[in-house]
Ligand binder design. Sequence first.
Ligand code: DP6
Length: 372
Amino acid sequence: MAQQQFIPKKYNSTIDSGKVSWESPSNIALIKYWGKKKDQIPENPSISFTLKNCKTITTVSFSKKETQAYFSFEVFLDGEKKDDFKPKIETFFERVEVYLPFLRAYHFKIETENTFPHSSGIASSASGMSALALCLMSIEKQLIEANNALGAVERPFNEAYFNQKASFLARLGSGSACRSIEGDLIVWGKTKQIEGSSDLFGVKYPYKVHGNFKDFQDTILLVDKGEKQVSSTVGHNLMHNHPYAKNRFRQAHDNFETLKPILESGNLKAFIQLMESEALTLHAMMMTSMPYFILMKPNTLEIINKIWKFRQKTNLHIGFTLDAGANVHILYPKNETAKILEFIKNELVAHCQNGHYICDQIGFGARLIKNE
Ligand code: DP6
């Protein structure tokens, strides 16, 4: 099995303590991941733009402990202890333990902060889980290098392997997190349309991408900043026994076939059509599952209708996508920013909760901040 490659040879926890920090971004899917099998294997391939400004900054301090009988860690968000984050991290540790055999040897202090407000309705799981996975990878790298210095022979720890394993681990925390390690276009999920694609980790989109997609902008309109109505776990489960699931999963593969020439030729009109269709399909799946959900709010629809009218009137290349919630991501090429941002401010911000929106753009992945 391919996941075996991520199980390291035995090494000793020769380092007593240390501290690592990473910042890792969120991402926005163009072809959506919705539905998963056991062990965080996606039912269909997905592709996303990595973002730049919406990110999580995580510091993990580790110190050796006496017993290896249990995991020991504490979590802080913005300096405040967050015990309600612990179950998710405990599950993550259980899933990745076989790949990171040092997890029981240390006590971990996990300190995390987001550049976007926690209650913005923006999922922090992609940036949060990828940042944590990267911190754990940096610790493993330190340990393996220390062991190698003492004469052990572990595989060379090159950047490609580091990123691939970080993506593999992040996926076990939250599926979409595996698309946040690198940028700018990342594919996750095996499909014959994309050479090298895998269900186990994200890979860089390997084909030609037209200059039209460089510096793409994503303005996120915060329509509803409340708690998620449907957790992603519940949401993905709704695809089991869903009457339209099989066709939807096939459609995602087909959409990759459609997307390839669009990305190559820079056809923005066709790009917008595919992206909006994907977003509405995701919501259609939720409306037609049992139980069923409507995650859009009246303001989501107001915004969509205004975008469509504005696009018809101006011929500008403005389009939207949605995640599993009411917020709207507005995507457009950088050279149309002035007119589109003016439209957003004049016409759309009124539909946002407290007038809140976030300006983001395509990014190139996570960054190591500290490794000591
Ligand atoms: C609608 O990655 O949050 O954003 O694997 O259960 O953590 P888990 O799910 P998650 O699902 C995200 C789904 C989506 C679409 C996407 O990002 O592809």
